[in-house]
Design a protein around this ligand. Structure first.
Ligand SMILES: Cc1cc2nc3c(=O)[nH]c(=O)nc-3n(C[C@H](O)[C@H](O)[C@H](O)COP(=O)(O)OP(=O)(O)OC[C@H]3O[C@@H](n4cnc5c(N)ncnc54)[C@H](O)[C@@H]3O)c2cc1C
Length: 386
């Protein structure tokens, strides 16, 4: 194997593999280095929600561009991404109605199929839900969820078919810099040279940034999820929901419902901690919470629960762009919401690296430099992971 590439990507999650695919489509010699195996990190733990509802236009645009991949995966990428259309409902407390309306109007301008619905409409879409605590919601009939590990593996396979190389069980241990420019990387399998190195190491990306002395605010974010076996009364799958009113989201998967909570997600833990089990107390809280919205779930059964880590930034938006020595790029810090946007972000990052600017969606606001200029990203909602 040649140890020289045009671009080295560190990390085989959904972002590293999406970028590898888009660079390989443009005949770039890509080398992706993964310390374990494709999809082992945040991607493998992701809940896989695919929706376009955001409080910022650029996020909605990235999600909408990405949606074109999810719904036409076989033709655009090949293989499987497991996209399942369930319809998506965004529930908000009444105090956030203005933000909901503004977000839906913004998305409709983009061309996203979404509209405001009443609580009664939600009851018709999901008869087992209690709907007496909110007046309006947003509904995206075409959205749903996908299988993140399948998607990452499909992107990597498609990249390899176009000439990209993948080395697994290969941890990057150092980044070589000469005269202010990136020269390559040191790994547990030897050294590899390239003039461009991309940090797509998810929750581990802070370690890689430190290797080049790059000081951008970066943290880890822990998130637990549980699968419940739905009781017979809810045998028909319900839509996928983000429920700001209850700091929670849920989606169906066969006879199961996946539940995640938006509060009590600790920052700053090691991403190497145990993720095979949820933290003590999580399951009890999640069961109480889902029963507040879907009382019939009290007769459901626990199927499984586990955890995961993602990289997160102070404004809970990704770091996309050049930073540190020449040739060093960041595609990390996706802050618990980066699966659904990965296809378009990989395309935009390939445009940025090869053409100097992304043209599909303007990703300049995600520049790591925003923490120096103070231009942090803000949306219509105040809602953040807690
Ligand atoms: C529990 C959970 C649920 C989520 N649910 C959703 C959701 O419903 N919808 C959504 O859009 N987003 C969701 N997200 C967020 C989304 O999954 C992440 O933003 C996304 O998967 C991040 O992908 P990534 O490629 O940046 O990171 P990762 O998937 O973590 O990939 C990084 C890779 O880098 C590798 N690596 C690290 N260090 C090195 C090194 N030194 N050398 C070589 N390789 C290295 C790791 O092994 C890893 O495979 C969720 C996240 C979590 C944790």
């Amino acid at each position: 194997m040649s140890s020289i590439a045009d671009v080295i990507i560190i990390g085989g999650g959904i972002h590293g593999t999406s970028l590898a695919f888009h660079l390989a489509q443009r005949q770039v010699q890509v080398l992706l280095l993964e310390k374990q195996f494709v999809g082992v990190g945040a991607t493998g733990r992701s809940s896989g929600l695919v929706r376009m509802h955001y409080g910022t236009e650029m996020d909605s645009r990235l999600a909408w561009e990405s949606f074109q991949y999810f719904r036409d995966w076989k033709n655009r990428v090949g293989g499987e991404c497991g996209f399942t259309r369930t319809g998506f409902i965004q529930i908000v407390a009444n105090q956030a109605q203005a933000a909901l309306r503004a977000s839906v109007a913004m998305q409709q301008k983009i061309g996203i199929p979404t509209f405001l619905v009443t609580a009664d409409d939600v009851k018709r879409l999901a008869p087992t839900f209690l709907t007496d605590d909110f007046e309006f919601a947003a509904y995206e009939p075409e959205s749903g969820y996908a299988m993140p590990s399948d998607a990452a593996n499909a992107l990597m396979n498609a990249a390899r078919e176009r000439g990209a190389r993948l080395v697994q069980n290969c941890a990057v241990t150092g980044i070589q810099v000469a005269n202010g420019k990136v020269a390559g990387v040191e790994t547990t399998q030897g050294n590899f040279s390239a003039p461009v190195v991309v940090n797509a190491a998810g929750p581990w990306a802070g370690h890689l940034n430190a290797m080049v002395g790059l000081d951008v605010p970066y943290n880890t974010w822990r998130h637990d999820t549980m699968f419940v076996v739905r009781p017979p009364e809810i045998s028909i799958a319900h839509p996928t929901v983000i429920d700001f009113a209850h700091d929670m989201y849920y989606r169906p998967e066969g006879h199961l419902t996946l539940v995640g909570l938006e509060d009590n997600n600790p920052l700053g833990e090691s991403p190497d901690n145990d993720t095979d089990h949820a933290r003590p107390g999580f399951v009890e809280r999640a069961i109480d919470r889902i029963c507040e919205r879907i009382p019939a779930m009290k007769d459901g059964g626990l199927h499984s629960a586990h955890g995961g880590y993602d990289g997160i930034t102070p404004d809970q938006h990704a770091l996309l762009g050049a930073a540190g020595p020449d040739g060093f790029y960041l595609d990390c810090g996706h802050s618990g919401t980066g699966f659904k946007t990965a296809p378009a972000i990989g395309l935009c990052m390939s445009e940025l690296i090869l053409d100097g600017q992304a043209k599909t969606v303007d990703i300049a606001p995600f520049s790591p430099n925003r923490f120096v200029t103070g231009k942090l990203i803000k949306g219509n909602y105040n809602h953040m992971w807690k």
